[in-house]
Design a protein around this ligand. Structure first.
Ligand code: ATP
Length: 198
C-alpha cells in the first residue's frame, strides 16, 4: 500500500493544500492520503489560531468528496510536542508494510534538516515536494542532494499549485473580502456560519 501523509496547521485548509495532495496522489499512484492537522502549542494559540477540533472538522469537510483522502487526528491526540518522526512511527504500526510518502511544500523541504531526526524521516518515506511560488525545481533538487536523499526516495514536482496561503485566507475573511474559489465551498460555509476568523 502506498500511503501519503500531509501535515499542516490547516488554519484553515485551502484549495492549494487539496490540489497538492491530489497532485501527489495521482503522480505517485497513492492508495490513500492522510491530512494530519498539527497541534498548535498553547503558547502560540491566539484568536486566529483555531482549536485542533475545528481545524480537523474543516479538513473533514474539505475531503468528503474524495475517497482517497482521509483526515487523521494522530497528532492532535498525542500528548506533548508533536514531531513528524513520531507520527511516522505511529503510522508504521497502524499501516504495517505501507510505503509512506511525505507530502510537503517547498518551504518545508528547504528546512527539513532542522526537523527532529530528519535522517529517520528520510529513511522511512519518499519525500514529495512541490515548488511554491518562484521556488525553482533545481533549488529543491539541490537541497535533496545536500540532504543525501537517494534519488528513488524523492519526488520533486513543478506542477503549478494554486498560489494561496492560510494567512491570506484569514486576512481576507477579517477584511470582509470573498474567499470564493480559494477554499472548498463546504469549508467556506462552515467558517461563515460559525463566524470564524472575524
Ligand atoms: P499559513 O499561511 O498559516 O502559514 P499555509 O497556507 O502555509 O499556512 P500550512 O498548513 O502551514 O499552510 O501548510 C502545510 C503545508 O502545505 C506546508 O508544507 C506548505 O508548504 C504547503 N502549502 C501550503 N499552501 C501551499 C500552496 N499554495 N502550494 C504549495 N504548497 C502549499
Amino acid at each position: 500500500m502506498k500511503l501519503g501523509i500531509f501535515g499542516g496547521t490547516f488554519n484553515p485548509v485551502h484549495n492549494g493544500h487539496i490540489e497538492l495532495v491530489r497532485h501527489f496522489a495521482d503522480l505517485a499512484g497513492l492508495d490513500k492520503a492522510l491530512l494530519i492537522p498539527t497541534k498548535i502549542p498553547p503558547h502560540k494559540a491566539s484568536k486566529n489560531l483555531l482549536s485542533g477540533q475545528i481545524r480537523f472538522e474543516m479538513c473533514s469537510l474539505a475531503v468528503e468528496s474524495d475517497e482517497r483522502i482521509e483526515v487523521s487526528d494522530v497528532e492532535l491526540r498525542r500528548e506533548g510536542d508533536s514531531y513528524t518522526i513520531d507520527t511516522l512511527k505511529t503510522l508504521e504500526k497502524l499501516y504495517v508494510g505501507a510505503q509512506l510518502y511525505l507530502i510537503m511544500g517547498a518551504d518545508m523541504l528547504m528546512c527539513l534538516d532542522s526537523w527532529r531526526d530528519y535522517r529517520g524521516i528520510i529513511d522511512r518515506c519518499v519525500i514529495c515536494a512541490a515548488a511554491r511560488n518562484d521556488d525553482s525545481v533545481e533549488e529543491l533538487l539541490l537541497k535533496a542532494k545536500t540532504l543525501d536523499i537517494p534519488d528513488d526516495k524523492v519526488i520533486i514536482s513543478n506542477e503549478e499549485i494554486m498560489t494561496v496561503s492560510s494567512t491570506e485566507i484569514r486576512e481576507k475573511i477579517k477584511n470582509g473580502i470573498s474567499v470564493r474559489g480559494l477554499i472548498p465551498r463546504a469549508v467556506e460555509e462552515y467558517i461563515a456560519s460559525n463566524g470564524l476568523y472575524l
